[in-house]
Design a protein around this ligand. Sequence first.
Ligand SMILES: *Cc1c(COP(=O)(O)O)cnc(C)c1O
Length: 321
Amino acid sequence: MHLPTYQDVIAAAQRLEGVACLTPVFTSRTLNAQTGAEVFIKCENLQRTGSFKFRGAFNALSQFDARQREAGVVAFSSGNHAQGIALAARLLGIPATIVMPGDAPAAKVAATREYGASVVLYDRFTEDREQIGRTLANEHGMTLIPPYDHPHILAGQGTAAKELLEFTGPLDALFVGLGGGGMLSGTALSTRALSPECQLYGVEPEAGNDGQRSFRTGNIVHIDTPATIADGAQTQHLGNYTFPIIREQVNDILTVSDAQLVASMKFFMQRMKMVVEPTGCLGLAALYALGDQLKGQRVGIIVTGGNVDLQKYATLLSEAP
Ligand SMILES: *Cc1c(COP(=O)(O)O)cnc(C)c1O
């Protein structure tokens, strides 16, 4: 198996130029005062489709050959990958079919349909989405693009950290949300090239710490769909492409609770006027959890997404202490 390298991230960045947003890097005096660190916040919640997933999706679809373009793409996703694929497919004139869980946030399902994709719903607790996706691919000749375990996907995701590090210069530490590891493995490729000494951390919801257990044991651990508000990180296992890169190039995997995610969500809303989805709060929640340990350091976090169901968002914020 050929693992992607930083050269693949550079090639992805060239494909994405003028197509993906060069998202802003914000700072917050309040956050710097609270942590004693200098924190740089890469805002992928402001990316097209509201998450970094557009990067990997466009990078993958723009490499389809003529036959693949005609037969179309199929993807399974809890939401953000779906929107990324749907928009990338529309921009490239490729038909898209998306397999989504029936309990995905209504806003994500609606947005996917609005981008012109056909949506097939399934029950995430009883049905196997990979199986459904594969069946569609086999029956209609469509190309299946998985949400994280694909070299073109992870190379595309790595372009966010490339932009961040080109803007900030080397960092002491970088915190990135972890689901199946497309974002973290791509980020690792960029980080090891642009800021080799940086401590790179993946951050998972504590209810689904398969990534942490895999990292520490050296084998990919499979778990049941974890119960967490971080719906973008409800993955059951790391991937065959993402895991070896993570194991080799990441410093550690940390976990945070749902309550810590909500506290960070409230911070983004109140102090920075930014809507960030629970999964997008993993990085900041970990930074808070480390407390004083980052004093005096230059620290980055990638805010991975901002797609919320308004009702759920309002409820979570109103119940936050
Ligand atoms: C997909 C996603 C993640 C996790 O990314 P992986 O590549 O699966 O690790 C984190 N945050 C948001 C908002 C996402 O959509």
